[in-house]
Write a protein that binds this ligand. Structure first.
Ligand code: BDR
Ligand code: CA
Length: 304
């Protein structure tokens, strides 16, 4: 069973990803770390704790970076609401975050086990970059890093940049250059796997979890024809069912300033990197119908 650490900024689609991950029998979620992104890190931490209370899960939560490494922090509350998790009235969480920073908590999980750990990052990569820099000896124990973020076919923050990479491009550069097996699940995948109105209608009547997810997803941006992207959920799908995502090995470079800041450039013609080398697997396609079916199956196993 994969042991995973989730690093997130809930965020509506992060919330849906947490819901799937913590209720899946084949994932052992050891820790959730939080980062500033969709909203402030205080709010992303509180949202994570609210979700864990909702699902009655005793998973430690460690608060991470309040701001990107160098760039000024700009949130996405225009899309995710001022709380980051609108549409559902969650009670106040019963627990507090643990008394360790995200980076220290990731290190401690790794130090306390011989198991390989899969890191899944669905916010900006500030915590992951700091972990890579502070604990390079831990990287051998990282089985793989699954990233929601980036795009090789146009962005959602600018014509070329995706939000998680755009928020902290300096962190993304460190992450893409790190000697870890990694997969970029970017907009090339997530904008193909839209949650359809039919799927939303189905989950709406699937007990308290379906009702909660329906309400928060219904509050999410509605700007894509055919449905709503649940970007971060795709990373959990990939951890569990990698064959459902088509990937290609590529060299990805991150642009850290200028008009293309936050772009993830794929060196498809090998102008900057040796042929036959790669630093990431990049998701390029997904079967949207199978994604919707899989999502409904996940909601079906959640508490009623
Ligand atoms: C990413 O940006 C955030 O707003 C979402 O939670 C997702 O991780 C999509 O670009
Ligand atoms: Ca996110």
């Amino acid at each position: 069973m994969p042991s995973v650490i989730l690093d997130m900024d809930p965020g509506i689609d992060d919330a849906a990803a947490i819901a799937v991950a913590v209720n899946h029998p084949d994932l052992d979620v050891k820790l959730i770390t939080t980062v500033a992104g969709n909203v402030s890190v205080d709010k992303t931490t509180k949202n994570t704790l609210k979700l864990l209370s909702f699902f009655n899960k005793n998973i430690p939560v460690a608060m991470g970076a309040k701001a990107p490494l160098k760039k000024e922090f700009v949130d996405a509350s225009a899309i995710h609401g001022s709380s980051g998790m609108p549409g559902y009235d969650f009670p106040e969480p019963q627990k507090e975050p643990i008394d360790l920073s995200a980076v220290e908590a990731i290190h401690q999980v790794i130090a306390q086990t011989d198991e390989k750990i899969t890191l899944i990052a669905t916010g900006s990569y500030t915590n992951i970059a700091e972990f890579i820099q502070q604990y390079p000896n831990d990287l051998d124990q990282v089985e793989q890093l699954i990233l929601m973020g980036g795009s090789i076919s146009g962005g959602n923050c600018s014509s070329v940049a995706e939000f998680n990479v755009f928020t902290d491009p300096d962190a993304a550069k460190i992450v893409f250059e790190a000697p870890i097996e990694k997969t970029m699940i970017g907009l090339d995948v997530t904008l193909k796997a839209l949650i359809t109105p039919a799927t939303l209608n189905t989950i709406k009547d699937m007990g308290k979890s379906g009702d909660m997810l329906y309400k928060i997803i219904a509050a999410y941006e509605d700007i894509h024809a055919g449905g709503k992207p649940m970007h971060d959920v795709n990373t959990i799908l990939y951890a569990l069912e990698p064959a459902l995502v088509v990937t290609k090995e590529m060299n990805i470079d991150v642009v850290t300033d200028g008009p293309a800041i936050g772009a993830t450039v794929a060196d498809i013609q090998n102008r900057w990197h040796q042929p036959g080398t790669h630093n990431a697997k990049v998701g390029v396609d997904i079967d949207a119908e199978k994604f919707n079916q899989w999502f409904i199956e996940q909601v079906a196993r959640m508490p009623k």
